[in-house]
Design a protein. Sequence first.
Length: 147
Amino acid sequence: MKTEVMALFNGNIDKKDVDSALKIMKKRKDLKIISSVQTGYEITLIDSAVNFADETGVRYCNTPAEEIPERIIFVMTLLGKDNASKSYTYDKLREIIEHQSYVYKWEFFMVTDEPSNAEAIGIGEQNLISIIDGDLKTATELLIGRL
């Protein structure tokens, strides 16, 4: 089964932690990881996720049907709460998640230290992985166990 994982890292995440999380994801040979890393003190979860989802949708739109993965998994990883998005709203991201989930069967997960982030965009508890005490490595291992 072909599976692509769109991994968005956003927020105040140390580069070595992002590298470690990607290394854990890449251990699963059945997953093709496509990442977008936007770290820094400004957290633009909504803008970043909408743009990454749109880019992914356009890429698949221009891909022959037989080359589109059977599973498309979109993982958003962030520390903190959105504090800098300017172009889009939580409602817009929720709308995109609902549409892509229903029409194209994309799966959405969130890895975060702020569970309210997932709730705000319609990601249920079954697809939420909490980062405890800043331990992104353990959270990523839990995520991989669910995929």
